[in-house]
Design a protein around this ligand. Structure first.
Ligand code: NAD
Length: 490
């Protein structure tokens, strides 16, 4: 830990000295207003850097740069784009430690996960780069009199708006396919975690991405974010964040008929039947809520357990929760680090109060840890019912709500009785039951007898209030591209 902290200090010195500026048309620039805000480290709330507080004028400049770069980047052959994006992936790998350490300091997420997240950022670039050469390809269809050629072209400059939970990985998940499609990008990172977006654009340009193709404007949602969603030259908005922000963005983009792609909140059930491999189920359920600080859209935040095994399973989960190592994010042994920010910590702590008021039992955790920093204990609520706030609302922390169920019908009813529908996890050794359940569960992604294991060609996204659209595979390209048809007489 000591050597990691010393190394992090070195990485942070640069940010402290230079600040986190906007990056427009290949240049680091301050906000036009001259205003800044601070990003703090959730370990001890110390200031990490002054950050440019971008607003309308900064977004306008960044969009102008993205618009100017679009004709050249969109016409750059896919094979050439591929080469550059693979170089970006290599450059990410070369600086993976710096990215991971920076992410840990800016977000409080544990190093064991952020090291992997940095490498996943590289994998995102490689994966989408490889699809760039064929991204425009379509089909030829013929009637006796006509020949139709259907193909795709990049939609134009796009806006990417990201949250703070795993900022680097999530940004690459959006930006890599946009660039592979031939779009140019204006990225508005989350105000709580702006640091790795600076690294990404720096890395991308050092790897050969032309200026103006990727631009970054820091700032708050209500000004920089809002302007980006309203700008007439931005053709689409890829957004990851809260459901209510998604609906604001939809309203803001309505005037300019913005194409939107939303990855939003979740309250994902993990459903454990009495015929399941309980050891594996407990292991996966605890991993999915107590890793990444529970600040994870696909976290399994509701544990639905068949009543015959409810006491056994919840006792095992409580035991795991109590043993989890909470600590400094740079400690290689840490599983749960400090939450992102005192504001978010206050939100999570408020659910401990709510749980007590609503009559749930706090079987593990339920407290803040220490005075300094945003540390909360991994928590398990038992004896909850599905109408409680702790069962309905996304807490976005290491907080699990356990609810008993009787049978399949009951499990389904409880699982589906929330506004969200991002992911669901099912544990049973009965294949027919698994088929019946997955047929009726309201979720965009389901894992049977498994934790969340991603395969990039598969679709990622939610139903209900959890999102609109899918990422992954060719779905990402479909979002960033227009499909056009040209018909010729034969
Ligand atoms: P948030 O919605 O508060 O903010 C996300 C981004 O939107 C930030 O960059 C913010 O500045 C910007 N924003 C806020 N108001 C805006 C406005 N009016 N116009 C334009 N932009 C605006 O979300 P958050 O608190 O940063 O992130 C946590 C949320 O993200 C959780 O709900 C989580 O489930 C969700 N999330 C979803 C996925 C997914 O794939 N489904 C992945 C990660 C996180």
């Amino acid at each position: 830990l000591e050597s990691n902290i010393a190394q992090a200090r070195e990485y942070m010195a640069r940010f402290a000295a230079e600040g986190v500026m906007n990056h427009i048309d290949g240049e680091n620039v301050p906000a036009k207003s001259g205003k800044t805000f601070q990003t703090v480290c959730p370990v001890d709330l110390s200031k990490l850097a002054e950050v440019a507080k971008g607003g309308e004028a900064d977004i306008d400049a960044a969009v102008a740069a993205a618009k100017a770069a679009f004709p050249v980047w969109s016409k750059t052959p896919g094979a050439e784009r591929r080469k550059i994006l693979i170089k970006v992936a290599e450059a990410i790998e070369a600086r993976a430690e710096e990215i991971a350490f920076t992410e840990c300091m800016d977000t409080g997420q544990a190093l064991r996960f952020m090291s992997k997240a940095a490498m996943r950022g590289a994998a995102n670039f490689r994966f989408f780069a490889d699809q760039a050469p064929a991204a425009e390809d379509g089909a030829v269809t013929r009637t006796p009199t006509q020949m139709n050629t259907t193909s795709r072209r990049p939609i134009g400059p796009v806006g990417v708006i990201t949250p703070w939970n795993t900022p680097f990985m999530l940004s690459t998940w959006k930006i890599a396919p946009a660039l592979a499609s031939g779009c140019t990008v204006v990225h508005k990172p989350a105000e709580f975690s702006p640091m790795t977006a600076k690294l990404l654009v720096e890395i991308a340009e050092s790897a050969g991405l032309p200026r103006g193709v990727l631009n970054v404007v820091n700032g708050f949602g209500e000004d920089a974010g809002k302007r980006l969603t309203e700008h007439p030259d931005i053709k689409a908005i890829a957004f990851v964040g809260e459901s209510r922000t998604g609906s604001m963005i939809m309203a803001q983009g309505a005037k300019t008929l913005k194409r939107v792609h939303f990855e939003l909140g979740g309250k994902n059930p993990v459903i454990v039947f009495d015929d399941a491999d309980l050891e594996r189920a407990v292991d996966a359920a605890t991993f999915m809520i107590y890793s990444l600080n529970g600040e994870r859209c696909t976290s399994s935040s509701r544990l639905l357990v068949q009543d015959s095994i409810y006491d056994d399973v919840t006792a095992r989960v409580a035991e795991v929760a109590r043993r989890i190592k909470v600590g400094h994010p740079l400690d290689p042994d840490t599983v749960v680090g400090p939450l992102i920010h005192p504001e978010h910590e206050a939100k999570v702590l408020s659910y401990f109060e709510k749980a007590r008021e609503e009559g749930a039992t706090i079987a593990a955790g339920g407290d803040k840890i220490g005075e300094a920093g945003c540390y909360v204990a991994p928590t398990l609520f038992t004896g909850a019912t599905n109408d409680m706030a702790v069962a309905q609302e996304e807490i976005f922390g290491p907080v699990l709500t356990a609810i008993p169920f009787k049978d399949e019908e009951d499990a389904l009813a409880i699982a589906n009785d929330v506004q969200y529908g991002l992911a669901a996890y099912l544990w049973t050794n009965d294949l027919n039951r698994a088929m019946r359940m997955t047929d009726s569960l309201e979720a965009g992604m389901m894992w049977v007898n498994s934790e969340n294991i991603r395969h990039l060609p598969t679709p990622f996204g939610g139903v209900k209030a959890s999102g609109i659209g899918r990422d992954g595979g060719d779905w990402s390209f479909d979002f960033y591209m227009e499909t056009v048809n040209v018909s010729f007489p034969r």
